[in-house]
Ligand binder design. Structure first.
Ligand code: NDP
Length: 249
């Protein structure tokens, strides 16, 4: 994050931004933060009452009206992503930002003990779903001026570690997809593609991965939002193909 960056109050005004996994954790914070900075946010996720709670918070704060798009990324197929693209085109006409945030942890076991079922789920939700969604949404992103795609990685997507199994491998794949897309899309239509490693953050996923840890040792999702805002705002128009860390190491 450039040291001189501060998000201006309306830095996302007029933008339409889709956030996956918007009902909880980091995705919820990002959706609220984007709305607070003027964006119209599309809240995508699998648990409708969580999405409704975020929608209601945005309404109560009198921010640009959000939209809810329920979707279960485990079973979604290309047709579902095409429906998503058609709906966004019909309702909004353009898409300026896509935050791939939804993710699952899978089994915290050695690869030797990892079940194929768990492998399939993690790879589907964390890697194949973002691939299909991005492919379906690329024409809309290309039509927008300076669109931004953000992938969510992890420290174990940059250096593998024991017991991180399919999750780590899915995050390595995410980084690879980010780099390939960045190299393809930016030159063609100015769509920039980058990845964020949020770092240890107080969420359900972190508590599940580290049950022995005091959750309060980690920052709340709200604290890591400056980087999420930067990469969606026009301040980062020239930034492409980069791996970012939301927290200092
Ligand atoms: P949470 O578990 O708190 O939130 C994950 C979100 O993804 C939830 O909204 C969840 O929906 C949604 N989701 C999961 N599976 C599906 C699915 N099949 N279909 C649709 N939505 C789904 O996790 P975090 O907020 O912590 O994580 C967000 C991202 O950040 C993830 O990609 C994670 O890998 C990454 N990350 C997090 C770190 C941390 O310390 N928290 C560290 C490094 C990376 P629901 O609530 O309905 O289950």
């Amino acid at each position: 994050l450039p040291q001189d960056f501060t998000a201006t109050p309306q830095c996302l005004a007029g933008k339409v931004i889709l956030v996956t996994g918007a009902g909880d954790g980091i995705g919820r914070a990002a959706a609220l933060s984007y709305a607070q900075h003027g964006a119209t946010v599309i809240l995508l996720g699998r648990t409708i009452d969580k999405l409704e709670a975020v929608y209601d918070e945005i309404e109560a704060a009198k921010l640009p009206q959000a939209a809810i798009y329920p979707m279960h990324l485990r079973g979604a197929a290309m047709k579902d992503y095409e429906d998503l693209a058609n709906t966004i085109e019909k309702e909004f006409g353009h898409l300026d930002g896509l935050l791939h945030n939804a993710g699952v942890l899978g089994e915290r076991r050695t690869l030797a003990q990892t079940s194929v079922d768990s492998w399939d789920e993690v790879l589907q939700v964390n890697l194949s779903a973002p691939f299909m969604m991005t492919q379906a949404l690329l024409p809309l992103l290309a039509a927008a001026k300076n669109a931004s795609v953000i992938f969510t990685s992890s420290s174990v997507g940059r250096k593998g570690r024991a017991f991180w199994g399919a999750y780590a491998i899915s995050k390595f794949g995410t980084e690879g997809m980010m780099q390939v897309l960045a190299d393809e899309e930016f030159a063609l239509n100015q769509t920039r593609v980058n990845s964020i490693n949020p770092g240890a953050t107080q969420t359900v996923m972190r508590r599940t991965a580290y049950p022995g840890e005091n959750p309060q040792d980690n920052p709340l999702p709200e604290a890591i939002m400056p980087l999420y805002l930067y990469l969606m705002s026009d301040d980062s128009n020239a930034v492409n193909g980069q791996q970012f860390d939301a927290q200092a190491k």
